[in-house]
Design a protein around this ligand. Sequence first.
Ligand code: GLA
Length: 388
Amino acid sequence: MSLANKVARRFSAEFGEAPAFIALAPGRVNLIGEHTDYNDGFVFPLAIDRAAWIALRPRADRCVRVISLDMAEDQSFDLSDLPRPDAPRWIDYIIGVAWALQRGGYRLTGWEGVLAGDVPIGSGLSSSAALELAAARAFYCVSGFAWDAAQMARVGRAAENEWLGIQTGIMDQMISAAGVAGRALLIDCRSLQTTPAPLPAATSIVILDTGTRRGLVDSAYNERRRQCEAAARRFGIAALRDIDLATFTRRADELEPLIRRRARHVISENERTLQARDAMLAGDAEALGKLMVASHTSLRDDFEVSSPALDAIVNCATADPSCYGARMTGAGFGGCAVALARIEDAEDFARRVGAEYEATTGNKPALYVTHASAGTRSIKADSIASLC
Ligand code: GLA
């Protein structure tokens, strides 16, 4: 059963009628442009065919009630008295979105509904951003404000950064909000301007989940951000986005060695991401694959956010004749890599890489071919009937 059917059926069983709306927001995988978003740089993600789904109807009061099928929990909160989070639970992401919307002056109506998702949690495919954007869309459905994808991405990020205290850039929320079916999206993380680009013909995107998760990722992420800020301060610029590779190379001696390597990753990654756009527009899979491999090397050696498991799965992928290129994706230290593979062989490629990786490391991976999907959207009652 599709997730749309699942949330709609449970809604009807629980509330005695069909939902008025179904809101959904996808997870993402980033093709290239890693750890560049919080440096005001460029990223090149795509929205995947896995999402958070909410079937809902408005309420007459200011209460929000959500039943999570994945967590088997039924939670409520009052929009006039938002409860502060302790250790963030799933409902706190929805409360955080309500907080950020209300802080932005949006007048919100209460709603009740059923939530389910198939973005794996904690694997680096942005299940949090999917939940934030699905919640923002649910509020949009019942409250009747205008939908602006970039604005809603900022709301999602504010919920995560300021309400939950988890640091992120804008990439995950932006691609979940603004994804385009069949396209990757070049995002300028300073202006939030987006440029869709087609994947090279006859290629598939394969997600390679190492099956490993690292607890240290938050502190390492914050440390990397501080190191990038230190480099920008030293150069007297607002962000590492503001220096090109040639100038950096001339001035590199101004930085101590560790900070120099961190900065070199970000500055070279921005250039690779812009070159990836050219490769995509030219339909050049070989060139795109090479840029992905160079990105992985830079993340592993200069930015030091890869892990033995990520390196192993990337090595298994790039050794395969059907692979154009592969790299770790997301924050790093575990989670997923992404590969660009020949379309006619993508499923077999995934099987081969999975078997090889498992034999080498003993870890149980999950590998799947994914498709670029549209960003956050919703379906109204009249079209839901045809879904169920
Ligand atoms: C996490 C963050 C993003 C981005 C990536 C690294 O996924 O949520 O904003 O910084 O790490 O590119």
